[in-house]
Design a protein around this ligand. Structure first.
Ligand code: TYC
Length: 113
């Protein structure tokens, strides 16, 4: 009996196994988040802080009043957590708004964890 030659594909030299031989975890790190903090001071009017929280952080009047009181009593509070770009924008908006109204209100950001 005459056997026909069978063509086999050699996969040893192609890249179909890329990333399989080394069992390292795929890097799927989530981007870092940033806390935006509001700081207390003795001069900025309470109503102004409430307005800032409503205007730039989308809080209701009741939420804004509660957070303002937390800052007033504790000295600082996290008012939101955002991507680096959004956090930077919020801090800029608050600092600019406070400066334009000549209030010493301070807003900063810090990396979460
Ligand atoms: N301590 C201020 C006052 O008594 C009110 C205030 C609250 C100021 C929060 C800043 O982030 C602040 N008028």
């Amino acid at each position: 009996m005459l056997l026909q030659p069978v063509m086999m594909t050699d996969h040893s030299d192609d890249d179909t196994d890329a990333g399989v031989l080394t069992k390292t975890k795929p890097k799927t790190k989530r981007p870092p988040r940033y806390k935006v903090l509001l700081l207390n001071d003795d001069y900025t009017p309470m109503e102004f802080v409430v307005m800032v929280l409503e205007r730039f952080f989308g809080m209701t009047h009741a939420q804004a009043f509660e957070i303002m009181l937390t800052v007033h009593k504790k000295g600082v509070a996290v008012v939101g957590v955002f991507s680096h770009e959004i956090a930077e924008t919020k801090v800029g908006q608050v600092m600019d708004f406070a400066r334009r109204h000549q209030h010493p209100l301070q807003c900063t950001m810090e990396k979460e964890e």
